[in-house]
Design a protein. Sequence first.
Length: 261
Amino acid sequence: MLVVEDEDIMREALCDYFSDEGHKVDTAIDGDKALEKFNLEDYNVMIVDLKLPGRDGLSVLKDIRAKNQKAKVFIITAYPSIETAKEAIRGGATDYLPKPFELDYLENIIRQSYDIDVVPAPPVEEPIVEEEIVTPCIWMQAGIVKKRMCTIGYQCNSACQFHVGMMSKEKFRNDPRIKPFLDKLSFQKGAKQCRYIMSGEVSLRSCDRLYRCESCEFHQTMEDEVDRQLAIRAVRQQRQKAKKYDRATWTHDSKSARSDN
C-alpha cells in the first residue's frame, strides 16, 4: 500500500492503522516524491490526497494509471466537489472519499472493491455511461448496512423513511457505530449550514434560507444532478437485465439444439 498525503497527522494515522492491520505501507508527502521514490507497479492499493504540494492528486492519479492499471486508487480530500469527484472516477480512481472519514470505513471500502466481479466489455460498442456519484447513507458509512445511497441530501429525519425505520429499532438506534453520525446531525441541527456540507458533497457553503430548500436554486441544481444519476443507474440496470436475458436465451437455445441432435 502507498499513502500519498502531505498532512503529517493524517499520513501517520493511515500508516499506523493499515500497518496494524497487517499491510506493508509506504508513504510520501507529495506526488513528485511518490513517483520518484517508488516503483508504482509494486502496489495493490494507493491512497492519494487531492490537494498536494506541487502536483495535485488528479495529476498523480494519471501517472499512476499509466504505470499500474491493476491497483485500487482511492482519492481522499477535505475539499470535495462533484466536479473533482467526476474527474477522479473518469481518471480511473476506484473511489473518492470526503474527509473526515473513519479509517475502518475506508478499510471496508477497500475490501469491498476486491469483492466486485469485473465483467468483460461486450464485443459490440455501446454508448459510454457516466459514472454515478451519490452520497453514501450514514448507515452505510457506519458499516451497519452494506450498500445504500442517499438521494435526499443527508436529511436524516422524518423525510427519510429508511432512517425512520432504522431509528425505530432499538438495536440499531443504540448501535455505537451510528452514534458519531447522529451526534454530528444533532450538533448541526438548526445551524446556518447548507445540508450539502453535512453530506460532504461541497466543502463550503452557508445557508441563508434556514433549510427552505424548496426555494433554493442551489438545492434544485443538486436535485437535478441526483435525478440524472438515478437515470444513469436505471439505464445500467436495464442493460444488465438485457444481458442476463440474452445469456439465458442463448443457453436455452443451445440445450434445445443439443436435444434435437
